[in-house]
Design a protein around this ligand. Structure first.
Ligand code: BYC
Length: 334
């Protein structure tokens, strides 16, 4: 399965000499660090890549509300409940900014929803795992938002203006999300042995899925080379994964936790940690729709869409009536 994902020729990036003049001028602007804005000419592949990535990113934010939303009614204190509510609302906001950014590329919100509901568009693999205990909510903040920040900070410098600008606010909010997760875990590890054990169990279950958030290894990443040439991505999947491991290991140590990887060790020569290989078979299985919660997550989104039909119909009927009234008033005034 993993071998099937090894890149093909389609992943080859064309040189400036192989490009038509319009495309070459576009690439030169990218190379010079200029931002591309919605109404400007862009190669169809650039537009499609952005629509794919930004819409999948938006879907991830929206689906990402589900595992945490599951714990709002069960948060242990009023303070934790208020924090979690604010976080989940932030994720909704992130989804909305990102859908708006994708809409500037000529795709409608309804089309994006349709792609999510039909399974054509992906969303982050991480949200297909269950949140079994309160410690999972802390682990999501610490690890999942931590991985998201590592991936999203460079996206603030993405070549497409609306995406880059949306990421600025998103990254600020993600920092609070990570902080609140780490703070919740810090409180638990200082609690009873059972609470500390709950945190260790959450780390055991979320560690590997968090590493998978960065995408397949560089040899299997079909889009990275072209996306990096277009400066949509600034770093490869493996580079960001390495930075995440290096950042997180001391944080785990400070919490007194053990990262569930027997191959994890400091490598003085490379100035970073060596670590084990995530189970790529599991990753590809999850993104193919067969993870523990894929069906549940999609069902929840489809139900929300269907339950909102009466409201969308009402808005459309109201807009049509208002347009008719305006037209009638215009005729009467003539
Ligand atoms: N999950 O060639 P590759 C959040 C797919 S939400 C699922 O390396 P690319 C948060 C990939 O789409 C964080 N699918 O792709 C919210 C491609 O398949 P398609 C979400 C994945 O695009 C709530 C194929 O595998 N962040 O933070 O160059 C609460 C080959 O991959 C995954 C973003 O979306 C995955 N993990 O690189 C808390 C960031 N990885 O599309 C937190 C924006 C890969 O050809 N996205 N695939 O069918 C990106 O930076 C890039 O799209 C990725 C993948 C690094 C994810």
């Amino acid at each position: 399965m993993y071998a099937q994902m090894v890149k093909t020729d389609a992943a080859r990036v064309r040189s400036l000499d192989e490009m038509e003049p319009q495309e070459r001028a576009f690439q030169e602007r990218i190379d010079a660090g200029q931002k591309i804005e919605p109404k400007e000419w862009m190669p169809e592949g650039y537009r499609k890549t952005l629509v794919r990535q930004i819409s999948q990113h938006a879907h991830s934010e929206i689906v990402g509300q589900l595992p945490e939303g599951n714990w709002i009614t069960r948060a242990p204190t009023l303070e934790r409940k208020a924090i979690l509510l604010a976080k989940v609302q932030d994720e909704a906001g992130h989804g909305l900014y990102l859908y708006c950014a994708a809409e500037t590329l000529g795709i409608s919100r309804d089309q994006m929803y349709e792609q999510l509901h039909s399974g054509k568009a992906k969303y982050s693999s991480i949200f297909n795992y269950p949140t079994l205990t309160w410690a999972d909510i802390g682990a999501i903040g610490w690890l999942v938002d931590g991985a998201a920040i590592m991936n999203q900070v460079p996206l603030q410098r993405c070549s497409y203006g609306p995406y880059a600008r949306a990421m600025v606010r998103i990254c600020k909010e993600e920092s609070f999300h990570q902080r609140q997760g780490y703070d919740a875990l810090m409180r638990m590890v200082k609690g009873t042995p059972a609470q500390k054990a709950m945190v260790q169990d959450a780390l055991n279950r979320w560690w590997w899925p968090s590493l998978m958030m960065f995408g397949p290894s560089d040899d299997a990443s079909v889009h990275s080379a072209q996306s990096m040439a277009w400066k949509i991505k600034q770093n490869s999947n493996d580079e960001l994964r390495q930075k995440f491991v290096d950042q997180t290991v001391p944080q785990a140590k400070y919490l007194g936790l053990t990262i569930p990887d027997p191959d994890l060790k400091w490598n003085e020569e490379k100035g970073g940690h060596d670590f084990g290989e995530p189970d790529w078979e599991e990753f590809f299985n999850v993104i193919a729709g067969n993870g523990p919660c894929n069906a549940e997550r999609l069902d929840a989104r489809k139900k929300a869409w269907n339950d909102g039909a009466w409201f969308r119909d009402g808005l459309t009927a109201h807009a049509e009536k208002a347009a008719d009234r305006r037209a009638a008033a215009k005729i009467a005034a003539e």
